[in-house]
Design a protein around this ligand. Sequence first.
Ligand code: 5GP
Length: 183
Amino acid sequence: MAGKTGTLVILTGPSGVGKGSIVAELVKFRENLKLSTSVTTREKRSKEKDGVDYFFRTKNEFMGMVNAGEFLEYADYNSNYYGTPVNYVFDNINAGFNVILEIEVKGAFQVKRKHPSAVLIFVVPPSMAELVLRLRNRRTNTEDDIMRRLAIAESELVKACEFDYIVVNDKIENAVDEILKLI
Ligand code: 5GP
């Protein structure tokens, strides 16, 4: 793959829409696609592992990384910070891999401004009722947290039209197929 740089793909969409399940499938189908692991200040959920699902850090540690220029983008979401480590992304892009980021809307636009060649994909649920159902079925969030995530989802969904592509996640196989064709 020497000499050929990879593409940066950004998958965004409201919490609960199924981005995590989609990227897990995508990386199975494409060997040259790498998923970036983000840094977050939110509390670790019981099944999550540090360094696998996220790098879990305190707000102080996170701000230290911000000041050291370690993030490609970062944003606050639901009273916590989330950020993409810049080195991982460009080490892999320069080595010829495609890299996928699973991030929220504000971060997606930051990356697009800095790197216009990045491909922005917005995943939407088939309906708001289905999004509520999916958030509840995860059983990892409190009811308060679900309500906050739904309020954020409404403000995110109006930005979908500013993305390069919109994919409806009705059936995961179809959404994965569609995204594989796009990338
Ligand atoms: P969760 O708490 O459900 O894991 O993630 C909350 C939101 O933060 C999701 O929309 C997720 O895509 C987004 N997110 C995860 N990592 C990053 C990141 O590195 N940067 C940004 N801007 N958002 C992220």
